[in-house]
Design a protein around this ligand. Structure first.
Ligand code: AMP
Ligand code: ZN
Ligand code: FE
Ligand code: FE
Length: 290
């Protein structure tokens, strides 16, 4: 935590945050609440990037136009890779796009079936949580492991969400079940089909950053999440160099999931340059002309 605090002070206040979750997926704050918090933190523009869902965007936009915060339509997709995690962010997407809607619906359905399997496996291992409680906690949003983790904490089976992940939910543990995920190239393709730009989220979650970025750049990647709140100056400098090398727009965000939910992921805690959204818009415009 120490170095992040120092970096935050040195970097000054950002007016943009392009990685935020709400109750439309595994965040704990409703979309309008996220916008209110953004305004309270002095943010001018945000992107709502819920997992496999755009259902919070309309509410966020409504709140945004009332309060004076620009809301960019976003999405976060988990993709299928053998090792590590490769998450793809989509920005400036058309939430009404049929290809996108159909794909997201299938991913959400798979998440629901997966939650059922996770609960079954945990119960077989003698851990008494219920699907009913997990569904309650998800409250109609896209269901993720954090909802199962919260149910485990409530049931006294873990001391915190991250403890629940480490004990039961990370790959290799009894409650880990994968859900339907597109390949990274497929994710890029249907983000483009929905008129958006594709950005690699938290790049250090992937296995070999340099190789991954170079491969994805060849598959049409548009941007790299350089200014991720957890990354120190050295890591951000390296990612900025990679982005420059592959002609990718450097973006950034906090990966906020709710107040007090995750240390180091407070809203507005990433230092994102003011011109970022304009740069993303120029990529969309250039694709339209070509
Ligand atoms: P899912 O999409 O259901 O696979 O869950 C992914 C979500 O779980 C993401 O929001 C991650 O930030 C969160 N997550 C993954 N690993 C951990 C962990 N070790 N502790 C807390 N949250 C985690
Ligand atoms: Zn999440
Ligand atoms: Fe992610
Ligand atoms: Fe995220």
């Amino acid at each position: 935590m120490g170095y992040q605090m120092t970096n935050q002070r040195e970097r000054g206040r950002s007016r943009i945050d392009l990685h935020l979750h709400s109750t439309a997926s595994d965040g704990t704050t409703p979309p309008s609440g996220v916008v209110e918090l953004a305004a309270a933190h002095g943010l001018r523009s945000i992107a709502l990037t819920d997992h496999d869902s755009t259902s919070g965007i309309a509410e966020a936009r409504e709140a945004g136009s009332r309060i004076g915060v620009e809301v960019i339509a976003g999405i976060e997709l988990s993709t299928a890779v053998k090792r590590g995690e490769l998450h793809m962010l989509g920005y400036l997407i058309d939430p009404e796009n049929e290809i996108l809607r159909e794909r997201l619906q299938r991913f959400r359905d798979s998440r629901e079936r997966r939650a059922e399997t996770m609960v079954d496996r945990l119960r077989e291992a003698g851990i008494p949580i219920t699907l009913e409680r997990v569904l309650d906690l998800a409250a109609g949003g896209s269901i993720g492991r954090p909802h199962v983790a919260r149910a485990l904490v409530e049931a006294g089976q873990a001391t915190s969400v991250s403890d629940a992940f480490e004990r039961y939910l990370v790959r290799g543990k009894v409650g880990y079940v994968p859900h339907l995920r597109p390949s990274p190239a497929d994710a890029i393709e249907f983000i483009h089909a929905a008129h958006g730009v594709a950005v690699l989220a938290h790049p250090y979650s992937t296995r070999d950053v340099e190789t991954t970025v170079s491969e994805l750049a060849g598959a049409g990647l548009d941007g790299l999440e350089v200014f991720y709140s957890l990354y120190n100056d050295e890591q951000q400098a390296f990612l900025a160099m990679l982005a420059d090398q592959h002609d990718l727009v450097p973006t950034g965000g906090s990966d906020f999931h709710g107040t007090g939910e995750r240390e180091g992921h407070e809203i507005g805690s990433a230092n994102v340059p003011d011109e970022t959204i304009d740069r993303l818009r120029r990529v969309v415009a250039a694709r339209r002309c070509s």
